[in-house]
Design a protein. Structure first.
Length: 307
């Protein structure tokens, strides 16, 4: 059974007999990987995602399957859209955050902080007011020369909607990774890959975080099965989805682990909701892309200019 139920509340979210459908194998270079940053693009009825170390952007559609749409993406990782529907990407190797304009040109949104380069931007989310939040983990993988990084700490950053200001929100993660807003945007979830935890922060009126509200949302150290916290998303009921031991964890808004989608791969790298009803849950692993149907729609991403 691919769906492991730990609490009966899971039945309102997903059918435990729901099959996992694999849409593409070896979608990322097997010797490198991983597949990452899935992002549903409703105008084209397709899913964009990243082959990080292959520096490629891929696209899946029901009619054409998986195809390469961009190369030399500088290790493009997490993807999202801003309130104008433009593509935003974290560049793992480029060590910056980029935005693709409607005319095809590229704008560098962030490349450093206080005169020092970023580490390795990983995941990214946009609030309804247009502010951009991204994680910038400090990590020795792949191996780096001593002193290559100008900062020896992680960063969770916020960029003002007009790009006029960038501030460091939190810097005490061991390896900050996935980010997700609750549906009402009152909570920002951020996970720690190394410590296997998800933290929750209340979002203040000015878009910064109430550090005093910092709390453990879920401790994901469970068993010896492979899996670490990575990409993360919320559905419209406030449930949180994140990779963990055994597969993809589903947690309720209180942080209770309701069940696991056991997909059989070593690691869930990221996930995204999509489809015409936002009830198709796409899953990326190191080399595969799959999906499973759920009962609760995910929080949608913008599809174009908002009036």
């Amino acid at each position: 059974m691919p769906i492991e139920r730990l609490h009966q509340s899971l039945d309102a979210i997903i059918d435990v007999h729901e099959p996992i459908r694999w849409l593409g194998h070896d979608v990322a270079a097997r010797e490198f990987g991983p597949a990452e940053g899935p992002l549903w693009w409703p105008e084209e009825n397709c899913l964009y995602f990243s082959d990080v170390r292959g520096s490629r952007r891929l696209r899946w559609s029901e009619s054409k399957g998986v195809e390469v749409v961009a190369t030399e993406t500088r290790g493009g990782n997490g993807l999202t859209r801003d309130r104008q529907g433009r593509l935003l990407a974290c560049e793992f190797f480029g060590r910056r955050v980029s935005r693709w304009e409607s005319d095809g040109s590229l704008t560098v949104v962030a490349r450093g902080f206080q005169g020092r380069p970023l580490n390795m931007p990983n995941d990214i989310v946009v609030k309804s007011d247009g502010a951009i939040y991204f994680s910038d983990p400090w990590t020795p993988f792949p191996p780096r020369a001593p002193g290559e990084f100008d900062r020896n700490h992680d960063g969770l950053f916020r960029i003002a909607p007009d790009l006029s200001d960038m501030c460091l929100l939190v810097s005490d993660f061991a390896h900050t990774n996935g980010l997700a807003f609750s549906p009402d945007e009152k909570i920002l979830y951020a996970n720690d890959f190394t410590r296997r935890t998800i933290r929750a922060f209340n979002v203040k009126a000015d878009g910064t975080l109430d550090i005093a509200s910092d709390r453990l949302f879920c401790n994901m150290v469970k068993d010896e099965r492979p899996g670490m916290p990575d990409g993360m998303k919320c559905d419209m009921a406030g449930n949180v989805y994140c990779g963990g031991s055994g597969g993809l964890w589903i947690m309720d808004p209180a942080g209770r682990h309701l069940g696991t989608i056991v997909h059989g791969e070593d690691k869930t790298t990221n996930l995204a909701f999509g489809g015409t009803d936002w009830k198709t849950l796409f899953i990326t692993t190191h080399t595969k892309l799959g999906c499973v149907r759920v009962k609760v729609p995910g929080v949608p991403v913008p599809r174009g200019p908002l009036g």
